[in-house]
Design a protein around this ligand. Structure first.
Ligand code: CTP
Length: 400
């Protein structure tokens, strides 16, 4: 099965210009990664005199390329430009600023800049005279008019021994600017989120199973939203399309018992646990190794599966928030969902009415979020990603 790639909108290219302040981008890359960004470094040729590719590869955990002439068949400047959610160039030298302002494309970095429509942030660092030179002033003005974010350099000691404007700013100011430009919130930064998704399959024999219609889309949406808010995410997924989201731990399981084990071993370490999987309540008492012939399939002895979330929530601490889902049918659907919140010791439960096969596999969802604080939130025709965002926002409020 081919993997379906998802983006968490935190893919950043860090361009490094050839200034002495290049070493400060070693700290920047670490701070970006702390904030949940995935970073590819593109150093200019001259910057390699200050910091070599090996350092960038080690810090980013990714291969580093600065020339156009490697992997030409992959057309790297176009693929990199398309993949990037933002480009940060730090330090941006006077020469690099001039080349970008005039639309030059004579190395990999400037090619990527020219081919990208994503936000561009320049972090100039140079001697005061160069920053204040009319040529640089005019180039910066041109770039700002085109919508490029140019952070003003800080004032202080310069490498020449002089004092003045031109210093590389604080790395956290750069990270903050990037978050602002991307409208990213990092309200789940360093939080651990454990999510289950999909539907379990309980094997009857090598070819048949007890299963359900869950597509896994809601759980995947939760994982993407959590990761895009800076969380460390583990997604335990059963029988859903194979997904790939860089930066997210994806654990493939099939049966309820396998899902229980994967959730159980990660539970204590998690701040928020979201149980969006549809778990089969029962499994065949015996799993036949041979295909069972029709005449012996008239009835099936069943054994109850563990209730994963109810079992885990017994161990819940005051610092954890547990979110459940309840797909109900019939006129009592909302009350039955409310009862599950209490019996499974959940903090939040999203209840929906799936009568007639509604919701499963669809892009939009409608239902009610029941909060243990007594408030209900009605959800009307919302995308699964928007519901994921809403649920996690409520979970964060409960985390305090
Ligand atoms: N759940 C679970 N383990 C199970 C069954 C359900 O962790 N063995 C979780 C689901 O992932 C969901 C919540 O419990 O978050 C409610 O699931 P649901 O199937 O609606 O509830 P059940 O307890 O199975 O109740 P019933 O099937 O009788 O409606």
């Amino acid at each position: 099965m081919s993997q379906q790639p998802f983006s968490i909108s935190r893919e950043v290219i860090l361009g490094v210009g050839g200034g002495i302040a290049a070493y400060k981008s070693c700290d920047l890359i670490r701070r970006l990664k702390d904030h949940g960004f995935l970073v590819t470094v593109i150093p200019t040729r001259s910057s390699l005199n200050f910091i070599g590719s090996a350092t960038w590869e080690a810090l980013s955990g990714r291969p580093v390329q600065s020339e156009l002439w490697n992997n030409v068949h992959e057309v790297p400047h176009i693929s990199m430009a398309r993949k990037a959610d933002a480009i940060v160039i730090a330090p941006a030298t006077a020469d690099l600023i001039a080349r970008i302002a005039s639309g030059r494309a004579d190395d990999l970095l400037t090619n990527v800049v020219l081919a990208s429509s994503s936000p561009l942030i320049l972090v100039p660092a140079m001697h005061s005279e160069m920053w204040l030179n009319p040529a640089t002033v005019s180039n910066v003005e041109t770039l700002r008019k085109r919508g490029v974010t140019v952070i003003d350099p800080a004032i202080g000691n310069l490498s020449s021994g002089d004092k003045g404007i031109g210093r590389y700013p604080e790395t956290l100011e750069i990270v903050q600017t990037l978050n602002d430009v991307l409208h990213q919130s990092s309200d789940l930064l360093n939080r651990k989120i454990l999510i289950s998704a999909g539907g379990t399959r309980e094997m009857i024999d090598p070819v048949r199973y007890i299963g359900n219609n869950s597509s896994g889309k809601q759980g995947i949406a939760l994982a993407i939203d959590a990761a895009s808010r800076g969380a460390k995410v583990s997604l335990v997924i059963a029988n859903a399309p194979d997904v790939y989201v860089e930066g997210i731990e994806i654990v493939h399981v099939s049966s309820a018992i396998e899902m229980f084990d994967a959730m159980d071993s990660r539970f204590s370490d998690s701040d928020i646990v979201v149980m969006s999987a549809a778990v089969a309540d029962v499994r065949p008492a015996t799993n036949s190794q041979e295909k069972i012939i029709k005449s012996e399939l008239q009835s099936l002895a069943l054994t109850e599966n563990p209730d994963i979330i109810a079992t885990l929530s017994v161990r819940k601490t005051a610092k954890q928030v547990i979110v459940g889902f309840a797909a109900q049918t019939g006129s009592e659907w909302l009350d039955n969902g409310r009862a599950k919140l209490a019996s499974k010791k959940l903090d939040l439960v999203y209840v929906n009415n799936v009568s007639g096969g509604a919701i499963f596999g669809k892009e939009k969802t409608s239902g009610v979020i029941i909060n243990s604080n007594g408030t209900d939130t009605s959800i009307e025709e919302m995308s699964k990603l928007a519901l994921a965002h809403k649920l996690l926002t409520l979970a964060i409020e409960k985390l305090g």
